[in-house]
Every structure is written in structure tokens, then in C-alpha cells.
Design a protein around this ligand. Structure first.
Ligand SMILES: Cc1ncc(COP(=O)(O)OP(=O)(O)O)c(N)n1
Ligand code: TZP
Ligand code: MG
Length: 208
């Protein structure tokens, strides 16, 4: 069995009440390590409102609750962590805001250099992607699975694989050593629902 775990990413827009039910269903499907609230293009006040509903659900299932892009909101809500990209608050500033105990993850695209920089600076994980075509985000970087095996052989800092990951294509990333597979559409758009998607991801992880 691989050590890989699931990292769920929210859809970029949600109806909070309906999504709370979907999230609960997903978390009923099996092991999930963490959840990232990734709402794009909406006011902070709405992200905060959604977080106040969704964070307790994650905590009930012992799932870490991270917020994308916004370290100040993470501090205010005492969320578990923040994910920052290369165009967001830089790692050091994000760490300063959220404190030493919160999780800070950093987007590293397909760059060994960016990943070593983030790892040395103290990031809790480095994220590589996109591995496959995705409708969730306009991406301008494509990652190769070799970067996952290279990273895991050399460094202790966990690595996350993201971008277009589904139950059909995840196996090669698990085999390459991804510590986490970060999935949005592959769970929320699964034809048999999020619970079944989470179950199937975990089944594949167990088989590898
Ligand atoms: C786990 C994880 N990896 C990568 C990203 C992408 O972050 P970023 O490059 O800042 O792009 P946006 O998500 O902000 O559009 C992520 N959010 N999570
Ligand atoms: C946020 C992000 N960063 C790189 S690809 C991506 C989208 C992830 O969503 P999906 O799993 O639906 O491709
Ligand atoms: Mg970002």
C-alpha cells in the first residue's frame, strides 16, 4: 500500500449549503488528509462565511482545513493552513502571518529550483502540477511525473501532485511517489458522486 493521501480542493465557486452536503458525502467515502477552500474571484467576506460552515465539517472528520491565497484569513479563522502560489503572498510573509504551527504549502509548477527554494525556506509541502488537462484552472505549467520521484528520493518535505487528477489517471502519480494527490473535479464531478470517488481513490492507493 502506498503512503499517498488525498487532498481535496473545493470547486472555484460554490453554493455553501449544497457544497457542505457534498463535502460530507466525500468525507464519508474514506481517508482524506486535507481540504483546501479555493474560491476564486469572490469577496473575502463570502470566503469567510463559507469557511465558517465548512471548517467544522472537516474537523469532525479529522481533515486539515486550508485556505487558498489568504494567510490573513487563515490567521483570523485559526484555520490549519494556507496554500500560496508564485504570484501570491511570498512564503516568508505568509509564514509570518500564520505563525509557526500552521501549514504553509507552495506552488512549484514543474520547477526543481522553486521546490528546493520553498523546501529550504520551511514550506510544509511543495506542489507540482498541472499533471493532466484541467477545466478547473487556466494553467500555464505542465508537470512530469519524474519530478515527483526525483523529489521524494532526495527530500523529506512532502510533495503534492495537482491538476486534472482522476481515478482513471492517478495511479502513475501514486507510483511516482506523490505524498498527496490534490483533486477537485475528479471528486466533485465523478459520475457516481464524491463518496464513490473518494472510495475509489483510496482503493487505488491501497493497491499500489
Ligand atoms: C495544492 C495546490 N497546489 C497548487 C495550487 C495552485 O496555486 P496557485 O498557483 O496560486 O493558483 P490558484 O490556486 O491560486 O489559482 C493550489 N491552489 N493548491
Ligand atoms: C488549483 C490548480 N493548480 C494547478 S491545476 C489546479 C486545478 C485543480 O483542480 P482539478 O483537480 O479539477 O484539475
Ligand atoms: Mg494562488
Amino acid at each position: 500500500m502506498a503512503d499517498t493521501r488525498l487532498y481535496l480542493i473545493s470547486p472555484p465557486r460554490i453554493d455553501t449549503e449544497a457544497f457542505a452536503a457534498q463535502l460530507t458525502e466525500a468525507l464519508e467515502g474514506g481517508d482524506v488528509a486535507s481540504f483546501q477552500l479555493r474560491l476564486k474571484g469572490i469577496p473575502d467576506v463570502d470566503i469567510e462565511r463559507a469557511a465558517r460552515v465548512l471548517m467544522p465539517i472537516c474537523h469532525k472528520y479529522d481533515v486539515a482545513f486550508l485556505i487558498n491565497d489568504n494567510p490573513k484569513l487563515v490567521r483570523r479563522l485559526k484555520a490549519d493552513g494556507v496554500h500560496v502560489g508564485q504570484g501570491d503572498t511570498p512564503y516568508a510573509a505568509a509564514r509570518e502571518i500564520v505563525g509557526p504551527d500552521a501549514i504553509v504549502g507552495v506552488t512549484c509548477h514543474n520547477s526543481r529550483h522553486l521546490a528546493m527554494e520553498a523546501g529550504e525556506a520551511g514550506a510544509d509541502y511543495v506542489a507540482f502540477g498541472a499533471f493532466f488537462p484541467t477545466n478547473t484552472k487556466d494553467v500555464s505549467h505542465q508537470a512530469d511525473r519524474e519530478i515527483l520521484s526525483w523529489w521524494t528520493e532526495l527530500f523529506e518535505v512532502p510533495c503534492v501532485a495537482i491538476g486534472g487528477i482522476t481515478v482513471e489517471n492517478c495511479r502513475e502519480l501514486i507510483e511516482a511517489g506523490a505524498d498527496f494527490i490534490a483533486v477537485s473535479g475528479g471528486v466533485w464531478n465523478h459520475p457516481d458522486g464524491p463518496r464513490e470517488a473518494v472510495r475509489q481513490f483510496n482503493q487505488i492507493i491501497q493497491e499500489v
